[in-house]
Design a protein around this ligand. Structure first.
Ligand code: PAF
Length: 276
């Protein structure tokens, strides 16, 4: 695996490749990331992963400084799935001057749900992803559905800027008990890890209520919220939204259930597409 620390090094390595398949990450890799790499492998003529903990998408009180940096095991995992190139710039290499030119995604999507609770988050995400796209010039870019709103945002950005990139959304990888894999799961204590599965269970209960024909979506949402609160969670949102744009749905529209909630000091997110 070639490792590029700077943009010129990356361009040198990628030289003659025309169809990179790209998996952007912030490191602390788990099986979900590796699944994205495996899916990327047959698509492009070279597989590229990036590791960059992007300060722009963290609020001042969030976990930028403590975000797990696990370089050696990340490299080992990437090699094990046959990743060809790792782009791992430091902040100076990716942002040599303050990144004052930013991508401001559509507030209708960027300022709701995650964007409401983490103001500026999607400006940070879209800006770094646009910059990484400029560096890697991928033909394919892989994102997990666990970050449902992020995936939707990136698709919108790619469409609006007519970027010649196919965005591939990949199913959420889960632990055996159903907990969505996430780098932040490592923050959970043993007891919290046991409890954490309740987030996906609650989403499943919401989906079941919809499938059972319950019409009052607000009632389903507040019941789910009460259930988690009673177990000691601190939910930011537990909602049923229209799948196409994450707005409140009209009757009969395809739905997705989305959740973000804090367990102790760890904030977890998850979602579930609801098939009628
Ligand atoms: O999903 C992530 O890990 C990050 O938001 C991303 C896409 C790598 C941008 O920093």
């Amino acid at each position: 695996m070639h490792i590029a620390r700077t943009i010129p090094e990356l361009r040198d390595i990628l030289g003659r490749h025309r169809r990179p398949a790209f998996v952007p990450t912030m490191g602390n890799l788990h099986d979900g990331h590796l699944a994205l790499l495996r899916e990327a492998k047959p698509l492009g003529d070279v597989t590229v992963a990036s590791i960059f903990v992007n300060r722009l998408q963290f609020l001042p009180h969030e976990d930028f400084d403590t975000y797990p940096r696990t370089w050696d095991s990340d490299c080992e995992k990437l090699r094990s799935v046959g990743c060809d190139v790792l782009f791992a710039p430091d902040e100076k290499a990716l942002y040599p001057e303050p990144q004052t030119c930013k991508v401001h995604p559509d507030p209708a999507l960027a300022d709701i749900l995650e964007g409401h609770f983490r103001p500026g988050f999607f400006v940070g995400v879209c800006t770094v992803v646009m910059k990484l796209f400029t560096c890697v010039q991928p033909r394919f870019a892989m994102f997990g559905k666990k970050d449902y709103q992020q995936l939707m945002m990136i698709r919108h950005m790619v469409r609006q800027f007519a970027l010649p990139i196919e965005v591939v959304g990949s199913e959420t990888r889960r632990a055996e008990d159903g907990l969505a894999l996430s780098s932040r799961n490592g923050y959970l204590s043993e007891a919290e890890r046991v409890e954490a599965v309740q987030l996906s269970k609650t989403l499943q209960a919401m989906a079941q209520a919809v499938r059972d024909g319950e019409r009052d979506l607000a009632a389903i949402e507040s019941r789910a919220t009460r259930v988690l609160e009673a177990r000691g969670w601190n939910p930011d949102y537990l909602v049923l939204r229209r799948r196409s744009d994450l707005q409140p749905p009209a009757p009969g529209e395809p739905l997705v259930a989305l959740a973000a909630a804090r367990l102790g000091t760890t904030r977890l997110i998850d979602n579930l597409e609801i098939d009628a």
